[in-house]
Design a protein around this ligand. Structure first.
Ligand SMILES: Cc1cc2nc3c(=O)[nH]c(=O)nc-3n(C[C@H](O)[C@H](O)[C@H](O)COP(=O)(O)O)c2cc1C
Length: 449
């Protein structure tokens, strides 16, 4: 899949209502509370007006409970919960917006490939070829507990499973040839058995006979996405992803990710140009940079300190409250790794800047989590021209191959998406670096044109 050098835009709808966003003006006003489908249909219409490539739904299946071994903080403050399965919303949104694409997330650590391959096939039909599948390796203890595990599966093993999972799905999607569908009313022949074959997969993790009991998909298979940030995660994306999600905002970090990915792609015999990166980027538009950032700080101030600890512990797969009042980043990183948590989360990223001897207090960690959760420091803030300047610079300095997964910094509510669509998109279009009309019909067409 060879991306054009234009900027592609996706918008992250994973957390429309949590982390205090449910109470924001311009958020859920006029809708029943989460998960009112009218809200999502309006977001799809907005995205389409902005000619966005796709809307993204991340996923997680537990209520955060890593912090102090309790779910109380997450429940009390609405941190990353509630969280429904978003796949049933996709056909409703697709009907409201006939061009935009939809990315949905599943975890090979817990899910079965046959179920996911069949579901994605059904969604690709219902959207006429506009779905993407994001495979994640699950670093969250509360997810693990819901699938019968009391600890995280080993990091390497999670990636081996993800690779085998992707392979099984691909084999299933290929198991019914488009030519096999005959539909001849004269003879009554529905399909040619020669074009429908078992896959007889016997791997380390799954045995799947196949074939898939579905019609061939409009896209052949969904656009494959991957969001691993560790070296092993990046290597895995080079094996099967068509588009990658990566942490954005910091040029050095982004360049390193791009270089690592390119190296692994070459090792896999693939052309680096064929795999774009959508950089996850928090954006806040306002009359000026200072005004936009002030809005974010005000929102963060409304959240209690504890919410930052709940958030970081959940996403790292490690309970930082066990470290005592003060610890070095090196000690924290070692403890996370011993717990099989993420090797590329907040602590590892900070350690790359401050070094392993940086001494941190538990209060500082919670504060950093609280402001980090809303992108107070990392968000690209300012007028449409200022934000477009920064996005353009980041895009050009990372090989102009992909674009951005926009996260409305104060939440992906209609107001933030409206700002992106009505202010930022016209600015990018004026610069000739963003589409003015959709080209092609499938999501893959959009991502490559
Ligand atoms: C844009 C983006 C979206 C992600 N979405 C999810 C998600 O929905 N659910 C999840 O559990 N992890 C998500 N992740 C985390 C990664 O998939 C991955 O699990 C994490 O980086 C840990 O893997 P690693 O140890 O290889 O870094 C996301 C990461 C990025 C950058």
């Amino acid at each position: 899949m060879s991306a054009s050098d234009r900027i592609h835009l996706a918008f992250d709808l994973s957390f429309t209502h949590t982390e205090g966003r449910w109470a924001l003006p311009g958020g859920w006003n006029g809708y029943d509370y989460y998960p009112d489908p009218r809200f999502y249909q309006d977001m799809a219409r907005l995205a389409e007006r902005g000619r966005l490539d796709m809307l993204f739904f991340g996923d997680g299946t537990g209520i955060p409970d890593t912090w102090e071994g309790s779910r109380d903080g997450a429940v009390r403050w609405g941190i990353q919960w509630p969280r429904h399965d978003k796949s049933p919303l996709i056909p409703l949104m697709a009907a409201a917006a006939p061009n935009v694409g939809f990315a949905v997330t599943f975890s090979p650590t817990y899910m079965h490939p046959y179920y996911v391959a069949r579901l994605l096939s059904s969604l690709d039909h219902l959207t006429a070829g506009r779905v993407a599948l994001n495979l994640i390796t699950s670093t969250r203890l509360s997810d693990a507990a819901n699938y019968g595990f009391d600890a995280l599966m080993e990091h390497e093993q999670r990636y081996e499973r993800a690779e085998e999972f992707a392979q099984v799905c691909m084999e299933l999607w290929d198991s019914v040839s488009p030519d096999a569908i005959v539909l001849d009313p004269e003879t009554g022949v529905f399909a040619d058995p020669d074009g429908v074959h078992a896959i007889d997969h016997h791997g380390d993790y799954w045995d799947v006979r196949g074939p898939l009991n579905c019609m061939p998909m409009p896209q052949g298979h969904p656009v494959m996405l991957q969001a691993g940030q560790s070296d092993r995660g990046i290597q895995s994306s080079a094996r099967y992803a068509e588009m990658v999600f990566a942490g954005g905002g910091n040029l050095d970090y982004m360049r390193r990710h791009r270089e690592l990915l390119d190296g692994y792609l070459v090792e896999e015999g693939r052309d680096p140009r064929d795999v774009g990166i959508l950089w996850s980027t928090q954006v806040m538009l306002g009359e000026s940079e200072a005004a936009a950032r002030a809005k974010l700080s005000a929102l963060a101030d409304q959240l209690p300190l504890e919410s930052g600890g709940v958030y970081l512990a959940h996403n790292s797969g490690f309970d930082f409250s066990t470290l005592g009042p003060k610890f070095t980043l090196g000690e924290a990183a070692a403890a996370i790794e011993a717990a099989q948590g993420t090797k590329s989360g907040f602590i590892h990223r900070l350690m790359a800047v401050e070094g392993p001897d940086y001494l941190m207090s538990l209060d500082e960690l919670q504060e950093r989590g609280r402001v980090g959760m809303l992108g107070v420091e990392s968000a690209i803030c300012g007028t449409a021209a200022q934000v477009a300047d920064q996005l353009q610079e980041l895009h050009e300095n990372t090989g102009a191959n992909g674009g951005f997964m926009i996260q409305g910094a104060c939440g992906p509510n209609p107001r933030t998406l409206t700002d992106v669509v009505d202010l930022l998109v016209p600015e990018l279009q004026r610069r000739g670096i963003y589409r003015t009309e959709y080209e092609g019909t499938t999501l893959r067409d959009r991502l490559t044109s």
